[in-house]
Design a protein around this ligand. Structure first.
Ligand code: GTP
Ligand code: SPV
Ligand code: MN
Length: 600
């Protein structure tokens, strides 16, 4: 196939990579339905994909990964800045020259026996001033079809690259060359010690090797839209955050835009599509994972969702918890590491009903019976679906101008200590709350080991493309830029448990009650009571009508235990110590103020 572009930079790069990786063929992708269908047919024939029941799940497919390749690999992820100190204490670092040497060794001949796909894609609406044009080179057809859904894949991007003579290069290989006549495996990938997810922030360059999974391989997502974009945003005065974006509209039609940062597998997709239980209030989805935000001409902060689809956690997704996600995956969806039932539909744990037929093929590609008690879907199994299929997608979701953010929400999974909701006294304390957000570990990252609590600033620890201390300072700087137009900051915790392990808060749709309280605060409709950690609801303002929450459970959800918070503050101090003189003075100031309030 002759190359469908005249851009010399792009042609040279493709030629250079092809020379290094020696694919059998090169295919330039155009993002068309014909291309998608053709690749799916090929993958079904090769045994990599399973076509699902056309009646039950039209145009949908299931994949099972290699059991070793089921999530992001944070200990194989690198920020290879020129200077080590610029990667900071939260990132792995290798000298970029040395890392490139190592990776070139791995890339040499790595696409032998495979096709190299050239994927032109845009993160953000094509041609929008905030969007980024990019090319992913990959030898994974699974990556191509997922990129079709998650990003905007189009030859229009080639035209923009020709005009602007610039693009963000993303190189990906599964790292499994095929010898002459060698049969391919169902899910080719490299052993863990050969996997590298590498970022060269000064060059806006991404090199990924050895994994075919999600955030390791769909390079527009975590690698570009968060790690590289956060480094660009830090330099250029905007923000790239691990945040959902939603619009919450009250009965009078007043709109509030909320951006919320929760760590992986802590409820962003669920909150983004929430079905409000507060009469007359409704939620519309703008994004479920990533927000790019810039101050607008009116001085407010405007957010866009750079993605085009959802790559959501399957287990726990049910008619009860997230009906809008279920509706989004009725057709044209891809499923990875779920159960394929006997009648070729999909199932996962906590889907709201037992597996039809009692079993099927599990995520490890083996025959499986629910009655045997083993999990059928991997806890980090995922669906990929076009955002446009979400019944509550907001009409502004592709507006290149974005939506003005009124409220930031931070949070994580804490079964103890953190109350249901509290509000920051001001933006600077809000930054402190976001910067010291903490969570108990989840299944979305493979390798966090046996830790009980992980500090996860702004849910961005695995995604900050530069020094996390500089990143915190950037948040304070944005506060100064925005002044009194800065969003109001809140901290939530949906995950408190009783001593015998039951949820204290019903969560999901009922979280709308908490969002409404936030909006009432923004509008000045309700007062709040001061506690050492921030402002909290006055009894009655956060309505519990119709909920069956015993008074002692509510008291527990609203409790601020000074002793527990002093312990968390000590943990935060220990965590922040590793930032050394890069820790913003404002963080130290906030800690001193919090300590004083807790001791008062
Ligand atoms: P990533 O895609 O990894 O970034 O995850 P996410 O933040 O989008 O998480 P998601 O919304 O997929 O939720 C992950 C898990 O949290 C699922 O098992 C949900 O059922 C569960 N969850 C979400 N919201 C709530 C809630 O309000 N209460 C409780 N108890 N669980 C929740
Ligand atoms: C996350 O882990 O935050 C995800 C899934 O959204 S992945 O795309 O694999 O990063
Ligand atoms: Mn995520």
């Amino acid at each position: 196939m002759s190359a469908p572009t005249t851009n010399q930079k792009l042609l040279d790069w493709v030629a250079e990579v092809a020379e290094m990786t020696t694919p059998d063929n090169i295919v330039w992708c155009d993002g068309s339905k014909e291309e998608y269908d053709r690749l799916m047919v090929q993958m079904c024939e090769s045994g990599m994909a399973i076509k699902l029941n056309e009646e039950k799940r039209p145009n949908s497919f299931a994949f099972n990964s290699d059991p070793s390749d089921v999530a992001r690999v944070e200990n194989r992820t690198y920020i290879a800045s020129l200077k080590e100190e610029d990667a900071g204490p939260t990132n792995n670092w290798i000298d970029p020259v040395a890392l490139k040497e190592t990776m070139k060794g791995l890339y040499k001949g790595c696409m032998k026996g495979r096709t190299m796909y050239v994927i032109p894609f845009s993160m953000g609406p094509i041609g929008s001033p905030i969007a980024k044009n990019s090319i992913e080179l990959t030898d994974s057809p699974y990556v191509v079809v997922n990129m079709h859904i998650m990003a905007r894949v189009s030859t229009d991007v080639l035209r923009l690259i020709e005009k602007e003579d610039t693009f963000i290069p993303c190189l990906h290989s599964v790292g499994a060359p095929l010898a002459e006549g060698q049969a391919d495996s169902r899910w080719p990938c490299a052993p863990i010690e050969d996997k590298y997810i590498a970022h060269f922030p000064e060059e806006n360059l991404i090199w990924s090797y050895g994994s075919g999974y999600g955030g390791n391989a769909l390079l527009g997502k975590k690698c570009l839209a968060l790690r590289i974009a956060s480094a660009m945003a830090g330099r250029e005065g905007w923000m790239a955050e691990h945040m959902l974006i939603l619009r919450f509209t009250n009965p009078e039609g007043k709109q509030f835009h909320i951006a919320a940062a929760f760590p992986s597998a802590c409820g962003k997709t669920n909150l983004a599509m929430l079905q409000s239980t507060v009469p007359g209030w409704k939620v519309e989805t703008i994004g479920d994972d990533i927000a790019w935000m810039k101050p607008g001409a009116d001085g407010r902060l405007y957010a866009i969702n750079p993605e085009a689809g959802f790559f959501g956690v399957a287990p726990g997704t049910s008619e009860g918890s997230n009906p809008m996600a279920l509706a989004s995956i009725e057709e044209n969806a891809i499923f990875t590491n779920v159960v394929v039932t006997e009648d070729k539909d999909v199932w996962w744990e906590d889907m709201g009903y037992d597996c039809p037929g009692g079993g099927g093929i599990d995520w490890k590609n083996n025959p499986w019976k629910q009655a045997d008690g083993e999990k059928g879907a991997h806890p980090n199994s995922r669906f990929t679906a076009p955002a446009a299929q979400c019944p509550v997608i907001c009409d502004a979701w592709e507006d290149p101008a974005g939506v003005p953010i009124d409220i930031f929400v931070f949070g994580g999974k804490r079964t103890n200590t953190m109350p249901l909701v509290h509000e920051a006294f001001d933006f600077e304390q809000g930054v402190y709350m976001g910067a010291t957000a903490s969570s108990e570990p989840t299944a979305a990252a493979l390798d966090l080991g046996n830790v009980s609590l992980r500090f996860d600033p702004f849910a961005m620890t695995p995604f900050i493309g530069y020094h996390a201390g500089d990143y915190m300072q950037h948040w304070f700087d944005m506060g100064e830029t925005l002044g009194d137009k800065a969003p109001r900051c809140f901290y939530v915790n949906w995950f408190r448990k009783t001593d015998d392990g039951k949820w204290l808060w019903p969560g999901f749709g009922e979280n709308s009650r908490v969002l409404k309280w936030m909006c009432d605060r923004v509008e000045g409709k309700v007062e709040a009571r001061e506690t050492p950690i921030g402002l909290m609801p006055i009894d009655g303002d956060l309505t519990l009508d119709g909920l069956d929450i015993p008074a002692e459970d509510w008291a527990e959800l609203m409790k601020v235990d000074n002793g527990l918070f002093k312990a968390t503050l000590e943990d935060a101090k220990a965590y922040l110590a590793k930032f050394g003189d890069k820790l913003p003075a404002k963080m130290t100031e906030q800690m001193a103020k919090l300590e004083a309030r807790l001791n008062a």
